[in-house]
Design a protein around this ligand. Structure first.
Ligand code: GDP
Ligand code: MN
Length: 385
């Protein structure tokens, strides 16, 4: 679960990491009330789960009530890279002497935690990595040993953080690591981590992703979960109890099993297409489930073809075929289906589909995953089947 900046900052604060005083607002009036309470100047910050808010005009400094009104009314409702701004975070503006970068993630290959630290913060870390990889210090941390203040300080020295900021940075790194481990994060990132002219070090932004597998020991996460924003397709899928993730492409995907669904996305990608979604219908594939799956995919206006990829194990091919035939009676699809059906009772399934009297341009059967992917992508790209 990805947190909004304001939630990430609240989470940071609960682990002792210094953040600016602030509060979250849903309206212009609330924004003004918060600014009046914390004192000027303030920063009005769009709360959307996407980077580069500053460049998109979603972060503005306000010196008085009128400026808060102007900026808050511009930013609330703004669209940033497809994310609609519903809330703003109003915080006391900070004077910035320098901007750094710090993050903790899990390095699965190394089976250790990974600290990344750079004296060049405030910009995309990918940009820094591309321009000057030596500007980023990467340090593995053995989770059993943990991170001491002295090791953190050495990392700050290695990252060429100036002497006056090294202790402050080291202290925040130890706290951020505590947040990452005890707070069960997949990612805890501060960009920028700032040095103020007064010498204090302070988190100016927060990017936190929580490990959903640890939710059972964090009842406090429920408040975060309540604000998660699903797109309309995902809402519909959730209401129907489907394992669905919305993506940006034009090939709708239905597969049984998460592994096969992921491979299907890969194969579609490999032959030059883009998936519109991930959808795992799991073991059962009756008419109810297939109808629900096709309804959700049909709701997505970007979808140009639907690739159904089924490998029958427990799922039986004849059941799947009956489900598809019945679902096609119930749902009037805007895009054709390309199906690859294999495994248990696949022959029977293909016979049912062939005898159902569905127009040849509405349902195309292919015998391999690759052929089916090629066909679905060709249709999605407006080419012949
Ligand atoms: P992002 O663009 O979505 O990563 O949003 P950030 O929270 O990282 O803010 C982007 C940039 O806005 C920062 O790198 C700062 O340069 C600037 N900024 C944000 N808050 C303040 C502030 O309190 N004072 C000043 N002077 N600049 C700020
Ligand atoms: Mn940032």
């Amino acid at each position: 679960m990805d947190l909004f900046e304001y939630q990430g900052k609240q989470y940071f604060a609960s682990f002792g990491i210094p953040v600016s005083a602030g509060d979250v607002a849903h309206t212009v009036d609330e924004s003004i009330a918060i600014a009046e309470r914390i004192g000027y100047p303030v920063v009005v910050k769009a709360q959307v789960q996407v980077g580069g808010r500053g460049k998109a005009g979603g972060i503005k400094l306000a010196n008085n009530k009128d400026e808060v009104r102007t900026h808050a009314s511009n930013i609330i409702g703004m669209d940033i890279k497809g994310h609609k701004v519903k809330r703003v975070w109003i915080e006391r503006a900070s004077d910035i002497a320098e901007e750094y970068y710090a993050s903790f993630t899990l390095d699965r290959a190394a089976k250790q935690h990974l600290l990344m630290l750079s004296a060049q913060g405030g910009v995309d870390i990918e940009e820094v990595a591309a321009k000057d990889p030596t500007a980023i210090v990467k340090l593995h941390i053995n989770p059993i040993v943990g991170l001491s203040e002295s090791v953190a300080k050495k990392a700050a020295v290695d990252a060429r953080i100036p002497t006056k900021a090294q202790d402050g940075v080291a202290s925040i790194l130890v706290k951020l690591y505590g947040c990452f481990v005890k707070g069960d994060c997949d990612l805890a990132e501060i960009n920028p981590l700032i040095l103020k002219p007064t010498g204090e070090v302070h988190a100016l932004d927060a990017k936190v992703s929580l490990d959903g597998n640890a939710a059972f020991r964090h009842p406090e996460w429920e408040a975060f979960a309540a604000t998660q924003e699903l797109d309309d397709r995902e809402k519909l899928a959730r209401d129907k109890g489907l394992q669905y993730i919305g993506l940006d492409g034009s090939v709708g995907i239905i597969a049984n099993g998460a592994g096969l669904a992921m491979s299907t996305l890969d194969v579609v990608n490999q032959v030059g297409g883009k998936a519109a979604n991930f959808l795992d219908i799991g073991g059962g594939a009756n008419a109810e489930l297939m109808t629900a799956a096709l309804e959700v995919i049909n709701f997505d206006t970007k979808v140009r073809s639907i690739f159904i990829n089924i490998f029958g194990g427990i799922t039986r091919g004849d059941e799947v075929a009956k489900g598809i035939v019945e679902a096609m009676r119930r749902v009037s699809l805007r895009a054709p289906i390309v199906i690859r059906l294999d495994g248990t009772n696949a022959d029977e399934g293909r016979r049912i589909l062939a005898e159902a009297g569905i127009a040849a341009d509405k349902l195309i059967t292919k015998s391999t995953m690759l052929e089916a992917a090629r066909s679905a992508v060709a249709i999605a790209n407006g080419k012949a089947v």
